[in-house]
Design a protein around this ligand. Structure first.
Ligand code: BGC
Length: 806
């Protein structure tokens, strides 16, 4: 039977029911027709399939799965083949566990180093993010299961993520926040995609026809299904109209009842539901057949080895005066809690229950390192300096020939549902670094964490090597890198500013109340530092090696660049060559240079290879807000071959004949200079092309305000709820472990109560709750009780109708 035949046999109620989740993780089945349910599961760097009842927030443990390095780590490898290999293994584990859709990869742009989810996103650069995401998707889908890139789109802030409106101009939207998704969709061909929680320019991403229909489906040719983020649905009818197919997790029948009603009263055509069902069911049938045919086991050891290979390829050597690789006879003190209890993944929906886990301490011992002692050095729970732990560390540092000092971001710093407040390491870690460096002059910093932090002064240590969040085998890979068994070859997927204030989004991030204004425009990360000529600690694309490389013999055309890379040192290694394009004499403002290609080249000591990096349709284009399409400016362009954005080795100018479209801008001095830290309202309005929406919270709370805004509530009881939640949140943070449940509730808008509470809460009941919160407690309560029973009755009636067609 083809999908059309199924659709023609479905009742209107069944159609509506199929467009929403059945349980937290599954879609609905229609037994009488043989339409199967499919299972969706996180996540981006390993499977998180709950063993018992699904609860979204991870109360029930998930089945053991390989914990691969997170996306931020893998992006440092700049190795798309490795990304594909990871994806392949992830997809195999999904299929073996009867999971049909893997909810990942995540590829939101790292606008600020503070975003709590940066560890599970690839880069500040859309080209690198898109290429890595496409590779993951291809790998995952080789198994017949579906990948689900997320969160589409402009979801670069965790604070009040479900209630936030991202305000940005169309060019920035297209060039920065959508290009990664475009590459992922066009090259990876995902069967599904997840819409994000937030609004984009005033309309929820999940009901945004511009995003979901005009761009995703029409321009990019996406033909799979769009699923909401969990609890992201706002107005289901608008969502279906805009091109969204599946509401997750499992709202009650309330949503379906309204959709049926909307068809009956003509506010949505039944053919629109049919179109959404066609897109959904094509994928449902394809993934369920594939999973049914897959063996139900995977090689845990073999996948552990893949995780290790991924970690090895992603390690970044930040500084080294020659102390690394360590001589195997050197007597080493191991200091820092992360050496014993690894920091290897982030918190939230991506958290994996690993099949095995290695620690630096254990791996260093078994690799034969001469460890003279271990000291914890700091508490990852209490950020304050602990003099006792510091003294212990100093004592062993004094007797050793060198120190491996394991520091970085701890669990509380990086989690879904919250953003960091500062870029600093904890005071406890800073005090430890200071004391240990004073006690021993041969300190090697071994770093962990999924986002940039303020580095100690360069003159207090001899080397710094960063494993980011290396997954379950990260420590083994790190020991090999420290001892020179492998040559670190990763390069940073993001710029590392000296301090938070240097970051271009600093004045604008995070948004305060209802809107997040993306005033820095195109100037995200290196696009700002490089254009405005601001120094950083480590530039985008930066990373050292135990060997050295030289570049020669460039020839360039608009279709690609060819050059030779030579390993001029005496150790085998890999170089990541990066191609940046700079427009030399254009009229339009744009970043100084932008990444448009890269190649990871593996070279034996002394070996040379000639490499060609193709340039595609994205190399010279820009989005013209006046013509409303991609254009190419007729101009001279500099093609740069670089080892990082600041270090260009070869360059050649070519002329490109473009489209002569009019320059849509007039007098935008900040954007012309790249100095975008103080963009006036007037200039931002000019860039937007319309008035800046008022982002201030005012008046009464509405169903789209976040629970944490109960702070403003008129009802004393509601303010008490706010206080209790805040105190629970603070308590969890003080324990060093963010509580995802509390964070989720804290940032979720009232409307999400309905989306997350299944059949128990209806849309109308949410309005009643908001009414109560706004100071009409008893009247609201009365309405709530009445609407509760009405909802139960309607739910029952709807379910009965479905049962009759079972
Ligand atoms: C996260 C998604 C995740 C989903 C299901 C949401 O809170 O934003 O990334 O896939 O939960 O766990």
């Amino acid at each position: 039977m083809n999908v059309e035949t199924y659709i023609s046999q479905l009742t209107l109620e069944e159609k509506a029911a199929l467009l929403q989740g059945w349980t937290t993780w599954t879609t609905r089945e229609v037994k009488r027709l043989g339409i199967p349910a499919i299972f969706l599961s996180d996540g981006p760097h390993g499977l998180r399939k709950q063993a018992g009842a699904g609860d979204h927030l991870g109360l029930n443990a998930s089945v053991p799965a390989t914990c691969f390095p997170t996306a931020a780590t893998m992006a440092n490898s700049w190795d798309v083949e490795l990304g594909k290999e990871l994806g392949r293994a992830l997809g195999a584990e999904a299929a073996a566990n009867d999971v049909h859709v893997v909810l990942g990869p995540g590829l939101n742009i790292k606008r600020s180093p503070l975003c709590g989810r940066n560890f599970e996103y690839f880069s500040e650069d859309p080209y690198l993010a898109g290429k890595m995401a496409a590779a993951y998707i291809q790998g995952i889908q080789e198994n017949g299961v579906a990948a689900c890139p997320k969160h589409f789109a402009v979801n670069s802030q965790e604070l009040r993520r479900m209630a936030m409106d991202s305000v940005l101009d169309e060019r920035t939207l297209r060039e920065i926040y959508l290009t990664g998704f475009e590459i992922a969709v066009k090259e990876g061909k995902p069967k599904t995609i997840m819409s994000s929680y937030n609004m984009v320019n005033g309309t929820y991403a999940n009901e945004n026809p511009h995003l979901l229909t005009e761009i995703l489906r029409k321009e990019w040719g996406f033909d799979g299904f769009v699923v909401t983020d969990w609890g992201a649905d706002n107005d289901h009818i608008e969502g279906v109209k805009a091109g969204s197919n599946l509401v997750m997790p499992a709202p009650g029948a309330d949503e379906a009842v309204r959709l049926v009603q909307a068809v009956k009263d003509g506010s949505i055509g039944e053919e629109v539901l049919d179109a959404r069902l066609r897109e959904l069911l094509e994928v449902v049938f394809s993934v369920s057949e594939a999973v049914a045919d897959t063996p139900k086991a995977f090689g845990a050891n073999q996948h552990h080895d893949i995780a290790r290979k991924c970690a090895e390829g992603s390690i970044v050597l930040l500084d080294n005066d020659g102390i690394l690789p360590l001589n195997k006879d050197v007597k080493v003190a191991l200091i820092g809690d992360f050496a014993d209890v690894p920091r290897y993944q982030g918190a939230g929906s991506s958290m994996v229950n690993p099949t095995m886990l290695t620690s630096l301490k254990a791996c260093a011992h078994s690799a034969g390192m001469k460890i003279t002692g271990y000291a914890k050095g700091f508490s990852r729970i209490d950020p304050k300096p602990d003099q006792h732990l510091i003294d212990e560390a100093v004592a062993i540092a004094k007797t050793a020939e060198a120190v491996l000092l394991c520091v970085g971001l701890d669990e509380i710093a990086e989690s879904e549902g919250m953003d960091r407040l500062s870029m600093d390491l904890s005071d406890g870690q800073n005090a430890l670094i200071h004391a240990v460096c004073a006690a021993n002059t041969n300190v090697v910093l071994v770093l962990s964490g999924g986002a940039p932090f303020v580095m100690p002064k360069r003159n207090c240590y001899r080397a710094a090597i960063h494993g980011y969040l290396g997954g379950q085998a990260g420590a083994a890979a790190m020991v090999d890198a420290l001892m020179g068994k492998i040559n670190p070859s990763g390069k940073l997927n993001e710029s590392w500013p000296d301090k938070l204030e240097d970051n271009p989004s600093y004045p604008y991030f995070p948004s305060k109340e209802r809107t997040a204004e993306y005033r820095e425009g195109l100037y995200v990360g290196y696009r700002y530092y490089d254009t405005a000529d601001k120094p950083v600690r480590y530039p985008f694309g930066y990373g050292l090696s135990y060997t050295t490389f030289s570049y020669s013999g460039l020839s360039a055309t608009k279709d690609g660049v060819t050059f030779t890379v030579t390993n001029t040192g005496d150790m085998d290694g890999a170089e990541i060559a990066q191609i940046y394009v700079a427009c030399k004499d254009g009229k339009l403002f744009r970043p100084g240079k932008e990444l448009k290609g890269f190649a990871k080249v593996f070279l034996k000591a002394g070996e040379s290879k000639t490499v060609t990096v193709p340039l595609d349709d994205k190399a010279f284009r820009y989005f013209n807000a006046a013509t409303n399409r991609w254009e190419i400016e007729t101009a001279d362009y500099l093609l740069c071959v670089a080892s990082n954005v600041e270090n260009v080795h070869l360059e050649e100018t070519i002329h490109v004949e473009g489209s002569y479209a009019p320059n849509p801008y007039n007098q935008l001095p900040s954007y012309e200079s790249g100095n975008i830290k103080d963009v006036s309202d007037e200039e931002f309005e000019k860039l937007l092309g319309h008035p800046i929406p008022d982002g201030h919270w005012s008046g009464e709370l509405t169903h789209n305000d976040a629970i944490c805004q109960l702070y403003y509530a008129k009802s004393g009881l509601a303010r008490l709820v706010y206080k209790i939640l805040t105190s629970l949140k603070n308590k969890a943070e003080a324990k060093g472990k963010p509580d995802l449940n509390i964070l989720f509730i804290y940032n979720m808008p009232f409307r999400a109560i309905e989306k997350m509470a299944g059949p128990w809460v209806s849309d109308q009941m949410v309005e009643d709750i908001v009414f109560m919160v706004n100071g009409h407690f008893w009247r609201g309560f009365g309405r709530l009780i009445g609407d509760f029973f009405r909802n139960q009755k309607d739910n029952k009636a709807f379910v009965n109708k479905l049962d009759n067609t079972k």
